[in-house]
Write a protein that binds this ligand. Structure first.
Ligand code: FAD
Ligand code: NAP
Ligand code: SF4
Length: 673
């Protein structure tokens, strides 16, 4: 039986036949600009090619100096660049794959002083103001795109993807809100489209017919003054005539105030818009955004919403995605959970891109999990993210691993995280470990609270303590009042809460608990219509940019979210997701307060001092989310008996712990053992 017959169906493009309908979408890796980056990228892309993906698109490469993302950002402008890129194309071709280079001019999103745009309008997410290109510079920029395509061909790429979405240069020519020109490159929709069309026409003329030209079209800008659906359909038709082979799609400018790829976005949320483009053109159209599972992709193809599926982050999470789907082993896919924590948050902070669930991503040449030559007996205590990640990687290397947890299920705190509305995807990580741990031969013993004696008597070669954390208790008058509950009790639904609640501690868990206790009805991440209404997406897609006024869902429960620091509440949340959490809580009427001093809890509520003034919040419950402390009581007893142990995850350091660090520590320890 063929699994996912539509997804795995070859696509004949004339001179090239792709083996399936899967495109690995473009991602900046951060390796483009580091010393050994091209060798690391070669292995990164080759591993994905070996995993069977139909076509890879590289991270964006600028066609000229002005279009670089930042001062030393990657560009394709000369023969040295061609030589550097050959390492990648040769590795991918040797692995049996195909790869196109994305040409990306950052336009007004560039983080350097030389940035340019159709008109001198600053992007709301940039501090630099762009210079408006004059007519001669527009012509020169088009030539730079064409030149970059020609150089990409010389470097051995199978094609180029011209980046026309997400609010970068080409996209800003298309939209009236960013193109105020009155020459031949501005004015009505046809004139604004000219820049994109000339780039495609002249590129096709230069590279010939036997070289793929993809165009990434913004089908929903999600900003006021963005293109209308009618304009976008018209452009799609003209791009086809201009010589585009494949129309990839993009959703939302980076400055849009609608989440487009975060975990709280429903799966395939925007595919209905893609279907409208597909209906208008004859070339293959690609659906993208929050598609992370083969059944979702297959369903879109079956529904006729697209001809191909682009997934980017899912290939950080699992290079074997296509191979596992092909082999009927979808339950073994390490699914991208949309957290952005180790990928886009890294990229935007100038770090190397990687993946929370797969720390080997972009570190393929550095984290070696080759089979061991000396099999050891290893005990792991704690089946949270750190313990599971270590146990799986160590067993896959060939060690004999026993994994204990006191709970009746795996996951540790991740099993709580998955209960937060908008974090439903976290279930997938637990499903992955449940499938893989036994398969790798890990002896999983749940419901076993382990003491040091058992470990000592086990006579293991190595003991790993992944025992996590305990929540920090509140030290305050009235901390033992019945109103005071822990986040564990709340998330496990062991207590019933009143209509007025104070949350002590506004870190990641405080925010999540605030969302949990204000959730009414179905989570918007599971309901596309609710998501559109909540964030202001026009379900007909006909409004300019597809954006309409939002009608956020509120909550009956009055919640106060408190912190002692004077800084903005939520300042420490993820770079790409913090604004979503802050907007979500604001919509639900959650009142945030910083700079508070806690005084006591009593029958009337929680007493504070704010700006030197006493304040009483008359609440029914106080939920403590005041951070965590390492749980590693076993260590002293083991050491006393002469047994050394490795500490990973929260058991090692509780401060600033998250699953990204826990899993990374687990995998890197397994590589070293
Ligand atoms: P834990 O997950 O705490 O696991 C420790 C395990 O050890 C537990 O299962 C425990 O039962 C077991 N154990 C302890 N002692 C013993 C013993 N003696 N015998 C047997 N078993 C024992 N992180 C993110 O990166 N992103 C997020 O979005 C995110 N959201 C979160 C939301 C919530 C609501 C919560 C609570 C956490 C969230 N986290 C998030 C944090 C993340 O879950 C933790 O950082 C991670 O689980 C820590 O992993 P760990 O393996 O170190 O410890
Ligand atoms: P946290 O982010 O460190 O926040 C702890 C909060 O408690 C802070 O607001 C802190 O602020 C307050 N606090 C600390 N000590 C206190 C005390 N003695 N009394 C009262 N308040 C106190 O920790 P967390 O919220 O427990 O989250 C744990 C980890 O899980 C985090 O490191 C986070 O990375 C991870 N996580 C991540 C996400 C995510 O979306 N990425 C979501 C959830 C959790 P003040 O000291 O200013 O009061
Ligand atoms: Fe997906 Fe999170 Fe990994 Fe990024 S870090 S690829 S969002 S699982």
């Amino acid at each position: 039986m063929t699994h996912y017959p539509r997804l795995l169906e070859p696509l004949d493009l004339g001179l090239i036949t792709l083996p399936n309908r899967v495109i690995m979408g473009s991602m900046h890796l951060g390796l483009e600009e580091v010393a050994d980056g091209f060798d690391r990228m070669a292995e990164f892309y080759a591993e994905r090619a070996r995993g069977g993906v139909g076509l890879i698109v590289t991270g964006g490469i600028s066609p000229n100096d002005d279009g670089r993302p930042w001062d030393d950002g990657a560009a394709m402008t000369n023969s040295d660049d061609v030589t550097a890129h050959r390492v990648i194309t040769q590795a991918v071709h040797a692995a049996g794959g195909r790869i196109a280079m994305q040409i990306l001019h950052y336009g007004r999103y560039a983080k350097h002083a030389r940035l340019v745009a159709p008109s001198p309008l600053r992007a709301p997410i940039n501090t630099f103001v762009p210079r408006g290109l004059d007519s001669a510079e527009v012509e020169a920029t088009i030539e730079d795109f064409v030149n970059a395509a020609e150089l990409a061909r010389q470097a051995g790429y199978d094609g180029v993807e011209i980046m026309g979405s997400e609010g970068y240069l080409i996209n800003t020519f298309l939209a009236s809100c960013t193109n105020e020109r009155d020459d031949e490159w501005g004015g009505d929709a046809q004139s604004r489209a000219r820049f994109a069309l000339e780039i495609v026409r002249r590129t096709r003329a230069r590279v010939g017919q036997d070289f793929l030209v993809l165009f990434r079209l913004s089908i929903l800008d999600l900003v006021p003054g963005g293109s209308t659906l009618a304009e976008t359909i018209d452009l799609a038709k003209q791009l086809e005539l201009a010589g585009v082979d494949i129309l990839n799609t993009g959703i939302g400018w980076h400055e849009a105030r609608v989440p487009t790829i975060a975990t709280s976005v429903p799966r395939a949320a925007f595919a209905t818009a893609t279907a409208k483009i597909k209906a208008a053109v004859g070339i293959p159209v690609v659906a993208s955004n929050r598609i992370n599972a083969p059944d979702v992709a297959e369903d879109l193809l079956a529904r006729g919403a697209a001809d191909m599926i682009s997934m980017a982050r899912p290939f950080l999470a699992d290079p074997q995605f296509v191979a596992k789907a092909r082999d009927g082993q979808a339950e073994r896919i390490n699914t991208c959970i949309g957290c952005n924590q180790a990928c886009i948050d890294h990229t935007l902070s100038g770090k190397i891109t990687s993946c929370l669930v797969n720390p080997r991503a972009c570190n393929e040449t550095m984290i070696d999990l080759a089979p061991t030559r000396k099999t050891k007996d290893i005990a792991v205590v704690g089946a949270g993210p750190a313990g599971m990640a270590f146990a799986l990687a160590a067993a896959q290397k060939g060690h004999r691993v026993v994994l204990y947890d006191a709970a009746s299920t795996v996951g540790g705190q991740f099993d709580l995280a998955r209960r937060i509305p908008g974090k439903e995807e976290f279930n997938e990580t637990l499903r992955y470990f449940r499938a893989e741990l036994p398969r790798a031969g890990v002896d999983l013993r749940l419901g076993s609270w382990i003491d040091a004696q058992e470990l000592i008597e086990g006579d293991f070669d190595e003991v790993v303590l992944a025992t996590g954390i305990v929540p920090r208790a509140l030290e305050l008058d009235g901390a033992d009042h019945p109103k005071v509950v822990t986040y564990l009790q709340v998330l496990r639904e062991e207590v019933s809460l009143g209509t007025r609640v104070a949350i002590v501690g506004a870190g990641g868990i405080g925010f999540d608990v605030a969302e949990f206790v204000t959730q009414e009805g179905t989570s918007a991440s599971l309901d596309v219509a609710k998501f559109y209404e909540h964030w202001g997406v026009d379900p007909t897609f006909e409004a300019s940019g597809g954006a309409v006024p939002a009608h956020p869902h509120s909550s009956e429960r009055q919640v106060y979210l408190l912190q002692r620091k004077a800084s903005k509440v939520g300042a420490g949340l993820g770079v790409t997701t913090g604004w979503i959490h802050r907007a979500e809580l604001a919509a639900r009427g959650v009142k945030t307060m910083s700079g508070v001093a806690y005084v006591r809890v009593d029958d009337s509520g929680i007493h504070l001092v704010v700006d030197g003034e006493p304040v009483t919040l008359e609440v029914d419950n106080v939920i403590v989310c005041a951070g965590q402390e390492s749980q590693r009581g076993l260590l002293a007893d083991l050491n006393a008996a002469g047994v050394t142990a490795h500490l990973i995850g929260g058991a090692d350091v509780a401060s600033e712990l998250d699953a990204k660090r826990a899993i990374h520590q687990g995998v890197t320890l397994a590589a070293a053992i």
